[in-house]
Design a protein around this ligand. Structure first.
Ligand SMILES: [Zn+2]
Ligand SMILES: [Zn+2]
Length: 349
């Protein structure tokens, strides 16, 4: 085979490399080896060609900017060229074409348009008792932007085995004697677990709190990515590769498997010395974009974020507290309390 062809691992979709010593194709990601004869190389070559074409198309129809004010790296399609940053609303100049395999494979489209996102935001801000009056303004709500956030979404088939030591303790008293009976058990379990849509943010932790606030997205909302979905929106550029997330994804699977297996050990006083061995047999990774309506708002030199899940409408919001409005309220409270005290006084005497 020629070394420039990139075959993908049938187990996990990562790129295979040819190991000359073993004369096998090797996957670094899931640690598997394949004979070239066991792979349908013709189909794989065609698939690789299709992907390369799609990558090229993506690169030629998208541009990116780096915002000097807030540091955001943002991708948009070249018919929606940004003049101000989607995040901080400072002027930006789009300078570069996108390159380097950043084409998403899946996406969840926006379900609400900007007017609806604005209306929800204004309703939300009005309900906040201490929000400053100038925060309600239409001009501010106008800055809401539809932004796709990059995620790695994983499905996996795993096989697990689980061992633990358990105890059952019983105590009773007969006459002057107190008895304690401890029964010891060795627990062993085994089973297959399928994981669906483990979603990990593909950008470093900057917006972690916001993302936790608006997740999850429904598993049936994913569509195959195509460029028109980007029109009128922006996409945050990914800066985490799947290889960097494998450990964290595996940890999540382990934690879940542990809970699942432990849950099958009923009726013991304690379960300890747990040993779990979870093997990933097959995994499937999709680089996906998730829709968020977002408003970054600066009030008295502090930044606030308002965000809405573009599919479910789930909200996350930080709203500044207006000092004058709060003291007005506190003032009202004081008057009310004084009045009640006065009334009470009048009643008592
Ligand atoms: Zn693999
Ligand atoms: Zn910016």
């Amino acid at each position: 085979m020629d070394s420039t062809t990139t075959y993908k691992c049938p187990n996990c979709g990562a790129g295979l490399v040819f190991d000359a010593e073993k004369q096998k194709l090797h996957c670094d990601f899931c640690i598997s080896d394949f004979d070239e004869s066991e792979l349908d190389t013709e189909a794989m070559r065609e698939e690789a060609q299709r992907e390369a074409d799609a990558d090229r198309e993506f690169d030629s129809k998208t541009v990116e900017y780096h915002c000097a004010s807030c540091g955001a790296d943002v991708i948009c399609d070249d018919t929606t060229v940004a003049t101000v940053c989607y995040y901080c609303h400072n002027p930006v100049v789009v300078t570069e074409r996108v390159s380097g395999g950043l084409r998403p494979s899946k996406l969840i489209p926006f379900k609400f348009d900007k007017d609806e996102a604005k209306a929800t935001f204004l309703r939300y801000a009005k309900k906040k008792l201490f929000a400053p009056t100038d925060y309600f303004g239409d001009a501010n709500a106008e800055k809401i932007a539809g932004i796709y956030y990059p995620f790695w979404v994983t499905d996996a088939d795993t096989s697990g085995s689980f061992f633990a030591n358990a105890r059952q303790v019983r105590t009773w008293t007969t006459g002057n004697y107190r008895y304690t009976e401890t029964r010891k058990y060795r627990i062993s379990r085994a089973g297959d677990i399928h994981f669906e849509d483990i979603s990990m943010s593909a950008i470093s932790n900057e917006d972690k709190k916001m993302l936790e606030g608006i997740l999850p997205y429904p598993t049936d909302a994913y569509l195959d990515f195509s460029i028109p979905y980007l029109q009128g929106f922006a996409a945050k550029k990914r800066n985490i590769d799947r290889e960097a997330l494998y450990g964290e994804v595996k940890e999540r699977m382990d934690t879940y498997a542990d809970t699942l297996f432990t849950g099958t050990a009923h009726g013991y006083t304690s379960v300890g010395d747990k040993q779990l061995d979870l093997t990933v047999r097959k995994s499937h990774w999709e680089y996906s974009l998730m829709p968020i309506w977002m408003l970054n708002y600066k009030y008295r030199d502090k930044n606030y974020v308002y965000a809405m899940n573009g599919n479910t409408g789930k909200l996350y919001g930080e709203i500044p507290v207006s000092i004058p409005k709060m003291s007005l309220f506190a003032g009202g409270l004081f008057v009310l309390i004084t009045l009640i005290c006065a009334l009470l006084g009048w009643l008592l005497f």
